[in-house]
Ligand binder design. Sequence first.
Ligand SMILES: *Cc1c(COP(=O)(O)O)cnc(C)c1O
Length: 387
Amino acid sequence: MYNRNDYVSDKDWEQFLEFSKDLPTPNIVVSLKTIKKNFIKLRSSFPYAKIFYAIKANPGEPVLQMLAENGSNFDIASRYELDLIKKFVDDPNRLSYGNTIKKASDIKYFYENGVRMFATDSKDDLKNIAENAPGSRVYVRILVEGSDSADWPLSKKFGCHPDMAYDLLVLARELGLNPWGISFHVGSQQRDIGSWNDAIAKAKYLFSSLEEEEGIRLQMIDMGGGFPASYIDPTNPLDVYAKEITRFLTEDFGDDLPEIILEPGRSLVGDSGILTSEVILSSRKNNTALTRWIYLDAGKFNGLIETLDECIKYPLITTKDGDKEGDVIIAGPTCDSMDVMYENARYRLPITLKQGDRIYWLSTGAYTSTYASVAFNGFPPIKTYYM
Ligand SMILES: *Cc1c(COP(=O)(O)O)cnc(C)c1O
């Protein structure tokens, strides 16, 4: 249904088919080579920035190991992710605790493990950090706009108004912490590059006002994730993001940039995955219906949760591509009526598709492998293989 070459080269596709042909479906095959290529590209696009990979996007151990070996740092959201990454990273200075929602006991656990970089966006969390991670660097996450142009918005749940961020950073100093910087996340798969401009301007305002009025000299801006993977809706290429965002930074900060951190998730791992599903059934709801229902062995509960509200539209390839196409509704295997991936997006697939045929979901390396239920209807989480 889509031009596969826009997403995967012939060579990589051949290699993938060979690797996956005997694997039971559904499954996800992740190409470590693609992640490495994306990592190197991101690093050279933002040569002045430090990269903290957001583990949740794909916490596969081979992924973490490869990124650790290539010098990535890691943004961690839970004590469980910390336990996981400790296998590959010895130096806790390469780790940050980026979740603003955390138990006091978890802050303590991170501190005992040597982590000294904590995100926050509220007074009570800041006090917990002061008590359980004394002297640590704290950075405050600010609320930013941009949810209309992000395919998977993140902002409302996290962050606080810049005026409150100001107060928190002053309080941080009073509590014996090190007021270190500002962070934001403009929304995942952010298609409007201008979102970073607004966020950087807010950070600049905080840098200036805190220095002038309080003598607090912030050191760091964490620009979050939001960089794109390749789905159906087009985005600018990464180079354009880098060029524009670098321009926004230098407009506000001149050549004397603070330490800049990026926390990519989706843009590093999204394009690395191909999810293979099998058609269980193709059917119609009445004899003259023009739209068919295609039921697959993968669904919202085992790998495809980001089809919620049809937010992320994955390119699909089938073993019948080239045959005449018709409108379809694509659904998963469970007995929950919300287990429907696409109904309004009007996907069209070959009318010859029948049980046993394969449908390949491209660009499924991010937010798929662990974004699954444990055993809803008995279906196990989807299995991932690395090549
Ligand atoms: C999820 C997350 C990211 C990664 O975002 P992407 O849009 O996938 O790049 C970065 N930072 C934080 C704090 C996150 O929660």
